[in-house]
Design a protein around this ligand. Sequence first.
Ligand SMILES: [Zn+2]
Length: 546
Amino acid sequence: MALDRKQTAFRNFQIMPIDANNVNFEQAVVRLLVLLHTKGKPITATTKDFLYPEDLVEIIKEDNIHFEGVNDPTRERLMKNWISSDYATSIAEGRDRSAKPRISNFKPIHLSTIKLLDPRIRSQDRDASLFLYNIFKGTDFTTHNELFMSYLIQGTKKQGEYNLIVDEKDINELDIETQFLLRLLDRFRVDNPSTDRKKVVPEYKMLCEAQQKQFLFDILKLLVYKGVIPRRELLNYIIIALNFHTALFVLKSFFLINNIVKDKKPRCKTCKTIIGEKDFDKLCHCEFQPKLFVDLTLGQDRICDNLSKKSVEVHHNEMYRYFKSHYKLVKVAPIAHNAGIKEPSIEHLSAILDSPAVEPYFQVKLSEITSDEDMMDDPDVQQILKMNIPSIDKYVDIIINDKSNWKVRVRNHKSFLSTLCNMNRDDGFLQGGRGRQRKYVLGNLLLEVLVQLAVVDYKIHNESIAAYTKPITIISFVEWLKNRYGIYINEWLDGSDSPETAKALNNNFLALKDRLRQLGFYTDLSDASNSQVIKPRFKVEPDSNK
Ligand SMILES: [Zn+2]
């Protein structure tokens, strides 16, 4: 007999709130919108019929007050295709996927799109929405939350507790696309959320509060553009930022959780001193901040290519160590349960690791293994049992060293990272797959979002704090990326003193300049690098954001 499911069980919300597997981030955002709207209650059932893109075309045809021009088969077909590709995410169900694709959710362009979320279609959000909701709630950012919420529901008003309907006073201020969407959605209701108290989003407290603050603040910074960038594009920026920060959160968690189990150090001192926007530059001093060398030369420079691959490797190795740390915390959870703590926090669990109850508990656990003949015949298991280490380590080592279990962990976590880092996509920072070794890069769309974040600043204007955008030098942008996000471009932690590496790092910097120039963020006026400034695509004046 091999290990059973209970022995290899890994999942624990308090340790890693997102289930490590391939995440569909769009679905996570749709569900986040639901939770923000209902204050933490998921929608788990609906009374609506299945909905197909052509049903929406019918509404457009019938509603002569708000829509016109869809009156012949060609236009109907165009409309149907437009809805399918631009607004709706449809799923073809059935074993062979031959069934007619039905709408699973609308793309999150406005909060009203939650009206068409079909909870009967299984989501692959892997609880990422629960994590995101925890980021937003219960912080001193609540008033700013309202800023986000009011943007999300703009043009609508509440009807009853949960429904949203068109607000005739406001709707004309919106762009035509959002108006179209709201008129279309107006005849649908927001489903009532579940009243089951067990389904309410569980609490999750981030190990690094500074990371949470920066996460939120970046969303607020993007909202500075709400009058400037069209809604669809700005929400896309926001989703990219949410996604990017979630990926960084997961990478940083590997380091933090390893630390809490191995070194039992208190939370990092640096991050405690990070309070406001100006302090985020200090994140680079955090010893748990993941550092990513990104290759911008498209693999042209061998050294850059190599450095970016190595930095993925470092993170993978940290992740493998994290499997063990995670297992140790998960496996002591029953001790907390026996003591009456239902959902022990990560601090609870790590405190239990030091308790005298651990050794006898795991001696019993080990005896389950030693009483199994097949397990005892395994040379690896024998080897581990002979080691002079605490029983919990023996027990966890046996679970980790189980080949099929290890394979599952590695596979799931690698899909987890490839989906969260948006591998091989413009909005991501990872490249690889199909046998290629993974490396860090910067997709154009992500780069664009980062530029728009970097140029936002605040000043006192008419006696209040006003946000505006300012041109910044490329040098300061590169510093900003390193200080805040651990993204390295023209320097690296070791080896930059060799002339070859120095040349490679400079090539990477030149490649960034090329990319920024191609994206239209920058024009080369002179060779002096301090006069080379990035000009954002979208600009905000202190006055324009009232
Ligand atoms: Zn820290």
